[in-house]
Design a protein around this ligand. Structure first.
Ligand code: ATP
Length: 477
């Protein structure tokens, strides 16, 4: 399947089976904003829970918080977002279309059949970006005759910086209202609570604070389905360490985060690390974990060594001391920070891209096919479908009893309509790992058929063993 097709098929599948809908679809949608349907919301919740438990439950020295989306406006001044959180952009005067300069140049490089030229162009672009040389970037675009894909002209405006933060007014009376921002990352909620958590939790360095929550960015060009959205969710963890030990912890977290990804059953060759050459203003080491999405290798997570930049800035802007007393070395210091930051929506997209499979099951006798979502069982929206073979003879009652026994422990689904084959296919498309069929033999000997989504194999097991078996097969740890 061509990759562009694969992406389109995944998008269609997500809509058809209640995973992801375009926001406000009945009003023709809102660009780069999406809603999760009944199955997508479960899948997303399960990924969030897997991340949360991996961080907090599985690490004694990491705790989780839930900070507000709104923060004091000075937070964003201190963090550098007011001054630096922008992307250079350029408009085509004929089509009025706006481009992120790096995307425009990268897009052009992809069309070149000349690797060396492409690499040289990207290197030149990186150098100009690093120097904030906006006029130089425009010249680079013009010199290479990079045109707008819509108007096909090179009639460009100057390159301008475009801040990605959304702002709004706090307060009811216009004159008294002050401008505040919707947070563009969750990390700052952790930094400003560093001492609250450290003191109340009696935390000893090294320790971490984790958080999941919404973030907002006015992305200039938002595309790629839920890959790049204007409202999205992040799962971030800030790990506070003794200054001088950051390289060791940075490597530790690179490795630990990769293990988390691989534990999803995704093959190592579908991932790669991309080390940053141009570092953000706060970082001394940084890399992306890239996954091979249908549109190629792209960032799903960042691991950043953020130095003591954020805490020092907040110390300076707030006038409050944000130091830690390290009893082992008898010293006060501002801790260094290693950050792991993964987009929950990108993780959903990664898991869906990995799981989506179109299978040809044709035999000599008949043509047949199915779409199956091979989701890791622990992440599946529905863990168990219970299907009575017929609607009579007491089979639905046995099925209901089984569901009542299991539903406090994991999510079940009951269905009695359609042939058993059609019901299996529907569960395959939703990614349900196990189906139990209740048939007449169940009444005789207390056994049921369990069907495995991936192998489509069926076997008979005792009805009384179902709950424990599914709990074992779908557990996170
Ligand atoms: P990109 O280069 O793709 O814009 P970024 O480097 O700006 O991403 P970070 O600021 O490091 O991203 O954010 C951490 C994570 O948050 C990213 O790895 C990504 O998974 C997620 N993320 C960032 N921006 C978006 C977005 N617009 N939509 C969905 N997820 C996002």
């Amino acid at each position: 399947m061509a990759n562009e097709n694969k992406l389109q098929n995944i998008i269609a599948h997500c809509k058809e089976y209640g995973f992801v809908f375009q926001s406000s679809e009945i009003y023709d949608g809102l660009s780069a904003v999406y809603d999760y349907g009944q199955n997508g919301a479960e899948l997303k919740k399960n990924i969030r829970e897997y991340w949360w438990k991996s961080m907090t439950q599985m690490h004694e020295n990491i705790v989780g918080i839930d900070a507000a989306i709104f923060m004091h406006p000075t937070v964003w001044k201190a963090s550098g977002h007011v001054d630096n959180f922008s992307d250079p952009m350029i408009d085509n005067k004929d089509s009025q279309k706006r481009y992120r300069v790096d995307h425009l140049i990268e897009g052009y490089v992809e069309t070149l059949n000349d690797d060396a030229k492409g690499k040289a162009l990207i290197a030149e672009m990186d150098a100009l970006l690093a120097n904030n040389d906006l006029a130089g970037l425009k010249k680079l675009i013009e010199d290479n005759k990079i045109c707008c894909g819509i108007s096909n002209t090179c009639n460009w405006t100057d390159v301008r910086q475009f801040n990605l933060m959304f702002s709004t007014q706090l307060g009811s009376v216009a004159e008294e209202a002050s401008e505040i921002y919707l947070r563009p990352e969750t990390a700052q909620g952790i930094f400003v609570n560093f001492l609250n958590v450290q003191k109340t939790g009696r935390m000893k360095i090294p320790f971490g604070i984790a958080q999941t929550g919404k973030a907002f960015r006015n992305e200039i060009v938002a595309r790629g389905f839920i890959f790049r959205m204007r409202e999205f969710e992040q799962m971030e963890m800030q790990f506070f360490v003794r200054p001088g030990t950051q390289a060791e912890w940075y490597n530790y977290w690179k490795e630990t985060r990769m293990k988390w990804h691989l534990a999803l059953g995704i093959a190592p060759e579908k991932y790669r690390f991309h080390d940053h050459v141009k570092l953000a203003h706060y970082a001394d080491m940084a890399c992306d974990i890239e996954y091979d999405f249908p549109m190629g290798f792209k960032e799903v997570e960042g691991v950043h060594s953020r130095t003591d930049f954020d805490l020092k800035q907040h110390q300076q802007y707030s006038g409050k001391k944000l130091t830690y007393f390290d009893t082992e070395i008898n010293q006060h210091y501002v801790p260094y920070v290693i950050e792991t930051s993964i987009g929950l929506d990108r993780a959903v997209m990664m898991v869906l891209s990995e799981a989506y499979e179109e299978q040809d099951l044709s035999t000599e006798e008949k043509t047949d096919s199915r779409v199956v979502l091979k989701l890791p069982a622990m992440l599946a929206p529905i863990k168990l479908a219970v299907l009575p073979l017929t609607k009579k003879d007491g089979l639905p009652e046995i099925a209901r009893d089984l569901i009542n026994e299991c539903k406090p422990y994991f999510r079940c689904f009951y269905e009695e309509k359609d042939t058993i084959g059609k019901r299996y296919r529907r569960m395959d498309a939703l990614g349900t790992p196990y189906c139990i069929t209740i048939d007449h033999q169940t009444k005789e000997d207390g056994t049921v058929t369990i069907r495995d989504r991936d192998t489509m194999q069926q076997e008979r097991i005792a009805l009384v063993d179902v709950r424990a078996m599914i709990m074992e097969k779908t557990k996170m740890f």
